[in-house]
Design a protein around this ligand. Structure first.
Ligand code: DGJ
Length: 545
């Protein structure tokens, strides 16, 4: 009798275990009003960096890089896999490089975001294999308005789609085979900075044919269904042309370069969606697409047009349901402006590329604090791996270390309006925000004349994350920021600092290193750390009348 019972239980155990194993694939999870990347059933914040474009092409080139990534305190590397190296001959895949990279990343306790440099990399098709480059009849190119062939595969060709899709699918199949149980690869980026150049749209005969057809039903349905929540730039175009429900591209959106861009965005997104869908059928890792941001007052086609840019993100969302989110690359100073545009409609924020300048450490803090971002990555993070760390690299390493320490409190308070980020520089040297009953005013410490180099022209940006952990208890993690507080619910009371400790987290437990007071708190007036002091403080507040 016992034996008969045991067998079904045994089968049940394996069925349940199978389901659990399935659930453990890295995935996105909504927590309150934000998103988390979950890896091995635990929240994972990507303290990342992206490799320069050619660094990961051989293991020899990577040798000095691995220790450098650890010195910078990264937990994640964004690493391209190149179609030309992956499928050097049609149908013959070379898995060696990806396998070696995964194994080496594991040895260094690093996770990988795999960037598929497939059909498109920064608009161009420079990374497609030679058998694709050389057979332009079979793998047709986009054509400019002037009739010139471009080194850009047209997204309107089924051959182009099938070839790219097959390679990507094989890549995902292989990643699953070698990595399913270890989860080194946690996220995919199909293609890189898609965009149309030098005309706003492709003028290949296949494209011209599609341009004459009606706007496809899935885009129209999406627009109708989401009419009230479409991004304003996009809905305005539709409205200005009479909010029609049926018609050609120019009937629905009007004549002009903006319509060329909308049209291209739809077909680029359809292409990437099919590639991603095929990959997800093999191994459903989450996937995002990145964008080269456009400069204001530059026309579509003069900038790489039709990528997942804020003004056409609705088109991308309608046409690429297999993409989990869309991400901005920053070689552009307006950090808050663009991020505010990207987080609309609940798009989770991830910064896969930021020019590796002296602002990255501060912007990482701000992105993780203010937007509760999934992660942050300076571009070409390895730079000169054999040299000592430069000041901007040291700052990044310090910031990643303190963020790594405060992860438990970030996770516990995620998505509940209990986390804020501050980013200050010479122009924006003060900001206010609310956490619980308190209003905080954050100022750059240069502003207050306390720093030895206050008054100089160049202000290093300052930044901090503030987390509310109880009604009157907060953590500060950052540098160059001074905080003063008032209680908005008790306007007649004044607020003082009851206690401030500087410390660190060890295995998730808070340890006090120093009890701060006196000059360190400006005799009880402020919570602050100077520009060269990236550190963590826990503080409690009290009121007096
Ligand atoms: C953005 C691209 O996505 C990167 O691959 C790289 O080309 C940088 N631009 C510029 O170096």
């Amino acid at each position: 009798m016992k034996r008969i019972l045991f067998l079904p239980l045994f089968i049940l155990f394996f069925q349940v275990y199978g389901v659990l194993a399935q659930e453990q694939i890295p995935h996105l999870k909504q927590v309150g009003n934000k998103y988390q990347l979950v890896v091995e059933e635990k929240p994972f914040l990507m303290l990342a960096g992206e490799l320069g474009n050619s660094t990961g092409t051989t293991m020899e080139s990577m040798e000095p890089v691995w220790p450098r990534l650890k010195e910078l305190n990264l937990n994640t590397v964004l690493l391209p896999i190149y179609w030309e190296l992956f499928e050097p001959e049609e149908g013959k895949y070379d898995y060696q490089l990806i396998e070696d990279l995964i194994l080496e990343a594991r040895k260094h306790d690093l996770k990988l975001v795999v960037l598929w440099f497939g059909a498109w990399k920064n608009s161009m098709s420079s990374h497609v294999p030679s058998w694709v480059k050389l057979d332009q009849k079979r793998f047709p190119r986009a054509i400019s308005k002037e009739g010139e062939l471009q080194e850009i595969l047209t997204p309107f060709s089924d051959n182009n789609l099938r070839a790219d899709l097959k390679a990507y699918q094989n890549l995902l199949r292989f990643i699953k085979e070698v990595d399913n149980s270890q989860q080194t690869v946690i996220l995919m980026q199909p293609e890189n900075e898609i965009g149309m150049l030098p005309s706003a749209r492709d003028h290949h005969p296949l494209a011209n044919q599609k341009f004459k057809e009606k706007v496809p039903g899935d885009l129209m349905d999406y627009m109708v269904k989401n009419k009230g929540t479409l991004n304003s730039e996009f809905s305005k175009i539709w409205k200005n042309n009479g909010s029609k429900m049926n018609g050609s591209w120019e009937e629905i959106f009007g004549k002009g370069l903006h319509t060329d861009e909308i049209f291209m965005a739809y077909y680029f997104a359809r292409f990437v969606d099919k590639v991603t869908e095929a990959g997800k059928k093999e191994y459903p890792l989450p996937a995002y697409v990145n964008a080269a941001l456009n400069r204001p007052d530059v026309k579509p086609g003069d900038y790489p047009s039709a990528g997942p840019l804020p003004h056409i993100l609705d088109v991308w969302k309608a046409a690429s349901p297999n993409i989990d989110f869309y991400a901005p690359d920053f070689y552009n100073p307006r950090f808050k402006h663009w991020n505010d545009l990207y987080v609309r409609q609940g798009n989770p924020l991830f910064i896969p590329e930021h020019n590796f300048d002296n602002t990255v450490a501060a912007k990482a803090l701000f992105a993780i604090g203010h937007y509760e971002a999934l992660g942050f990555a300076p571009f070409s993070v390895e730079q000169l791996p054999d040299e000592p760390l430069t000041p901007k690299e040291q700052k990044l390493a310090q910031v990643y270390e303190i963020v790594h320490q405060i992860k438990p409190i970030l996770e516990a308070n995620k998505g509940q309006n209990r986390i804020e980020g501050v980013l200050l520089d010479k122009e924006v040297n003060e900001m206010t925000f609310r956490l619980g009953d308190y209003e905080f005013t954050a100022e750059h410490t240069f502003n207050l004349g306390w720093e030895p180099n206050s008054g100089e022209d160049i202000w290093e940006p300052a930044a901090a994350i503030i987390v509310q952990t109880a009604d009157n208890e907060f953590f500060y993690a950052g540098y160059g920021v001074s905080l003063k507080m008032k209680n908005l619910e008790k306007p007649n009371s004044r607020i003082g600092i009851l206690k401030t400790d500087r410390g660190y987290f060890e295995e998730g437990k808070w340890k006090v290193f120093q009890h701060l007071n006196g000059d360190q708190t400006h005799q009880g007036r402020h919570i602050r750390s100077f520009i060269d002091d990236a550190s963590i403080q826990r503080f409690t507040l009290y009121e007096y009348k």
